[in-house]
Each structure stands twice: as C-alpha cells, then as structure tokens.
Design a protein around this ligand. Sequence first.
Ligand code: ADP
Ligand code: TZD
Length: 568
Amino acid sequence: MSSTARPPEMTDGFHLIVEALQLNGLSTIYGLVGIPVTDVARAAQARGMRFIGFRQEQAAGHAAAAAGFLTRRPGICLTVSAPGFLNGLVALANATTNCFPMIQISGSSEREIVDLQQGDYEELDQLAAARPYAKAAFRVDRPEDIGTGVARAIRAAVSGRPGGVYLDLPAKVLGATIDAEVGSASLFRAVDPAPSQIPTPESIERALDLLAGAERPLIVLGKGAAYAQADEEIRTLIESTGIPYLPMSMAKGLLPDDHPQSAAAARSLVLKNADVALLLGARLNWLLAHGRAPRWSAECRFIQVDISPEEIDSNRPIAAPVVGDVKAATTQLLAALRPGRIAPRRAWLDAVDAKKAENVQRMQARLAADATPMNFYGALGAIRDVLAEQDGTFVVNEGANTLDFGRDILPMREPRRRLDCGTWGVMGVGMGYAIAAAVESGRSVVAVEGDSAFGFSGMEVETICRYELPIVVVVFDNGGVYKGDEVNRFSRDPAPTALLRASRYDKLIEAFGGAGYYAADPETVATSLRGALAARKPALIHCVIDPTAGTESGHLTNLNPESRLRSA
Ligand code: ADP
Ligand code: TZD
C-alpha cells in the first residue's frame, strides 16, 4: 500500500443492524441495554431512530408487541444476553400467542464457549431457548448477513399469521468490522413483506350461500380483524347485511360500541342461538368457549375467515373456511353480495334488541348505584364518563375484575384503541402496552390496572416520566390479587391473595416527578382523570376500591379447580 492511499472506511455490526432496520422503515427500538448491545442503542440514536429504554425487558417486549399490533410493522425489542433475553422471552411468546408481529433482537455470548458449556458471561443457548416460543428464530453469524437476517425476521413476523420472531446477534458479530461499502451493499429493503392473501372465489361463494340460508346469523370480530385495518369494509359488510355483531375485546371500536347492531350486551343470547356465525379474525379458543355447547348451539354452523389455514377446524368443524386476510375477504364478500341475498329474520333481531335493552338497563342501574365504599362500577363509571368526552384516547386494561368490568363498561368508539391481557390472560402487559401506544401515536393513554396487575410492570412509571409520555395510570386498589378481603386462617402471614392495604400508589409516580392523585369516590376519580388528561403529562390516580368487591379470578372463577381452602 502506498503511503498516500487511504484505508477503507469501516463499519461494524452495531451500525449495520441499525441501518438494516431503518432501511426497512423501522424507527423505534424498545429495549434495555448492557453487554453487548449498548452501542446498538447509541448507533440507533445517532442515526435518528428512537430508543425507548425500559427498567425490565418484559415490559420492553410487550411494548414492541403492541407497537406491532398497532402499526402492522414488527415492533423491535432489544435485549442483552441470557437473563435479559429470558426476561424478554415472555413477551415474545405472548406476541406469538396473540398474533402480534414483533422481533426480539438479543445480543448473545461467544458461540464456542456456549456450545461447549464452558461458562461464559451470561451463557445460554438462546436460539434453542427461543425457538419453541417464537414463530421463527434466526442467528446471524457474520456481519455481512445482518441484512438477510433482518429481512427474514421481518417477513416471518408480518407475513401470514403475524407473530414473534427471535434474531440472535452474538457479541462477536456486533463488534466485527467490515468495509463500509461492502456492509452497505449487503443491506436491502424487503419488498412487500406481508403480501395480501386473497381467498378463493369458491370459498367466498360458499360463505355467502351459508349466510344467505341463515335465520339467526352472527358476525364475530376478533383482534385479527382489528389488525387487518379493514375498518371501512367491515363496517359496510355489517351494515349492508344487517347482521348483529359481537366484538371481542380488542376488536371493540371497529364499529362504535353504541352501534345499533352491536350484540355485545346480548353476548350469551347470540352465542347460544346463532345458527350461522361468521368469524372474522377470531379463534374459537377458550375466549369463545371453543365454539361448543352449551355456550353455543350444537347446530350452529361456522364461516371462518382467517389468514392461517391451520386454524380452521381446530375446535369445531368449519362449514365454510375462507383462508385469506380479512381485508381481501371482506372486499370480496362485499363484491359478491347481491342486495337482499342476506336477510336475518326480524324475530332474531328483535330478540337481540330486547336482551340488549334489558342488560343495558341492568348495567345502568349498577353504574348509578354510587356504592360506598367505591366499587368497580363506581370507578369505571366515572372513567367512562370522562372517556366519552375524549377522542382518540387509548385504553389499556389489565387485572381480573378490573379487566372484566372494564371490558364491558369502558366505551370504545375508534378502532385499535383498546389493548388488554389478550389470548393468554397475561398480567404485566400494562405499562409496556401503554408506553407503545403513546410513543407510536402521540395520543393520550389511560391504563386501567388492577393493583396486582400493575405490580408486574409498575416500575415502568419511571420510564413514563423519563420520556414524558401522556399516560394516566389508574390503579384500582382493592388490596389484593382479585379481592382484598381474604384472611389467612393458618398462620400469621398474609393470605395468598392479600396485598398491603392503605397503600399509596400515587406516591410512586410522584417520586419521579409525575402527578399523583388519590380518589376514594367516583367524582374525585372523574375530576382527577379530567385534570390529568388535560395536562398531557405522566400521572397516576390511586383509586380506593372496596376490598370485598369482585370475585376470585373475575369472570374465570369457573376455571379455578375446586378446593375446600378458599375462605371468601
Ligand atoms: P380474539 O382474541 O380477538 O378472538 P384471536 O387472537 O383469537 O382473536 O384470533 C385472531 C385470528 O386472526 C388468528 O387466528 C389469526 O390467524 C387471524 N389473523 C391475524 N391477522 C389476520 C388478517 N390480517 N386477516 C385474517 N386473519 C388474521
Ligand atoms: N401471573 C401472570 C403473568 N399472569 C396471570 N394471569 C397471573 C399471574 C394470575 N393472575 C390472574 O389471572 S389475574 C391476576 C393474577 C395475579 C391479578 C388479579 O388482581 P388485580 O385485579 O388486583 O390485578 P382485580 O381487578 O382486583 O381482580
């Protein structure tokens, strides 16, 4: 080499991974740094990406998953080796279960040492550990393969049924340097990573034939329908057919909850009596009683629109499978629909309306009761009234009774504004989901949390304050996991379901500069929430709830194995 020749410009794995993400339109990383990934976060910030740093990886992973659900682009979660990776894995598994697209990118230790189990710093065979819980798992072993690894991870996360993908980046690959030009040339943008999946015309005709013969049809909207962003098509299909519809919790708001065709308030009646049910992006899993009697009629026949062919027939035989994405399927159903071909019987619509009216009236009476001490109805009724004044506000909801009552009472008027425990009934999603909703949308978020549920990710209020996010956390303190009135009859220790009474969760956020509110009656809940939302600053409202209110396991009491030890 002559003395005047310049050495080639070099790049490294840290920069290549960030460039590859950016090239694919990804602009935010949720994560927690440490060896060996800290410089990934720095390189991301240096190149104009956002890095949202969490206090625990699980919350970061839940944030990435929620971002994926809301944007249809994989949310990115960055974790350190072994323990950090494992903390994030719960979120990855939850994303896969819920069909949310996310990619967990984790640094890992030296392969030679891990593979011979020679005891490296944070040693773990992460790729093998991730595989059973992920839709796909890849490891990149050379810096020039980072572009391919990212493209494969993105495709796996968003194509077909979305899910969680694991991408393993050993420390050596992150630190490896290569010629910058060679590195840049190895990166590319994945073309059309989530292609539209068009159902066959025959499957559409079969579905319409079945619907045309129905006397008591029902449409069930699941979170796959919410994810599909086919809001106009879904609304037109429902309104042009006149069929009552039931929104699953995260499909609430696809049509406003007060839509005249909503059968949410007549749920038991429509499940039990429908003769044909059209499932749009909803699985016949436990949340729909597996499609079986006695919750459903044994005679009910199903049309299932789902992007995943394997989902069909998983619980009940499906008379009319429509394999494809909800947007393509609803578009085709509408195109093939002739006016008057589908006509639910008047008696069916009247029965649904009558049941709705009865149940709505019953709920109004409970909400108006103004019990002292405040119970779930009082606190949620106040939140409901304030949310009715808001546009675009997200609702995050977790807990047991807090979740079950919240699902019924909190109104949703817009699509994809509700995030909750989902398919696994997992606690700990609250703060991560809330942070992602605020970061991705810039809008306000109200996170309505049981006191136990909040504890799983409560330290993230510091994250909320650090990034100055417009999130109002509402903690329902009834002093327990489920209820707060259990007494241990066997020793002096607190009962298994007990949490401290007379806590002050509002003080927790004050420690980080956020606004704390303390509310023991519905009026104070409403004024606190109104004030907190108007300020658009981090806030936490501690709601004092009657410890005797609610039930053990909320609406899932029947899933508890029987025992003679329960006192309450
Ligand atoms: P819910 O809990 O709201 O009932 P589930 O999570 O059980 O909903 O079901 C969602 C279903 O939607 C999954 O079976 C998934 O394969 C499917 N799905 C996800 N995205 C799409 C899409 N774009 N089009 C069609 N189906 C989808
Ligand atoms: N751990 C995880 C990760 N998920 C779970 N679902 C549970 C434990 C068990 N569990 C529930 O199913 S709900 C719940 C737990 C611990 C909390 C219920 O208490 P809460 O809610 O205070 O959050 P309510 O509203 O007071 O009933």
